[in-house]
Design a protein around this ligand. Sequence first.
Ligand SMILES: [Fe+2]
Length: 388
Amino acid sequence: MTIDRRCFIEGAGAFFGAACLAGCGGKLKSAFPPAGGGNAYSVAILGDTHYDAEPESVYHSHYDESNKWAKVQHEEFRRNGEMWRTRCPALLSASAGISHSSETRFVLQLGDIIQGDCDDVPTHKKMLDDCIKLLRTPYPEGLPFLTVIGNHDFRGKGARQAYLDFAGKFMSEEIAKLTGAADPAHAEYPAFSFRTGDDLWVFCDFETKDLRPVIECIESGAGARHVFLVTHGPFTTPDGGGSCRWRLAGRRESAALRPKLYELLSRRHAIVLSGHTHTTAYYRHENEFGGFCEFTANSVWSKPELATAQPLCSSAKEYGAVNLAKLKGEKLEDFKSELEFFRPGLKEYFYNKGAGHCRLDVADASVSVSFYPGDAKEPARTFNLLYS
Ligand SMILES: [Fe+2]
């Protein structure tokens, strides 16, 4: 039997094989046992972290100054160095503190874990290694740490292969630790999945033009209690930025299959977890297929005042208001058309530029995420992520 490496299912033996077949074009449609009780758990969530260090020479001594984005990127190095001096370590410590005192099953970081821009493969690898070591240290020893591919994670010369090599090994080891799978897993993009308890977790490269691997992985979860889709770039058209198409299924090449992914997420009442926009956002979609929820997290605590849960938008009728007020010309028209894909089904919406850490709580009849602004030890807001 050939096992498609996109499908990683907890367990071994016959059940493992059956579950994989279901996700790889096989005929089995229900590979999961029915959801049972007592299978509640929590996940510590970090949004983008853009790990970096001062001075610039630590990771950017090989940086190619002829890069046309050099001015912007040097500003990002400065921002990262400053926020990682005190605020981000405090945020991390607060997230870990909650994990020590609760039933946390794993840590989930939503991509752009590092800044990148090293332009040197050994330095890029060192940035990844240093970052993982730093980020996981405060958490309980042995707690699995998962991260999804973001655009910064492979930014720089030779960096894409360096990241894929890192992710293939690191994520496979962490998933094996989480699932207890005897067989070594292979975390390969554009999409792969695994199961913890009765739940299916799908990780994808948000920049993939071909949505079929993502769809296949979600379809492999027939019978799963909950389906989670982890994508660095949001699926729902985000507000507040100039590049609204830089998201999962935002490319024109993905347009044909986007409705199918939307329908599938809705039928499965899926939960989408994303980052990328450096904003905190919540979307609840409801349509003729059912519905799904998406939450976008942000841990880029670049200014003290971003430790806030005060909304800039707090109802579906405000969806798009931020960009509609600032975009012009072709960008405005394109944004309007992208909004219209989601607007009719959007029933709840929250948006702000807040940064912090989050905690996901999963149970049979409920899934929610709590937002802790900055290094808060108490949640400021909790969002229901389970469509019902
Ligand atoms: Fe990003």
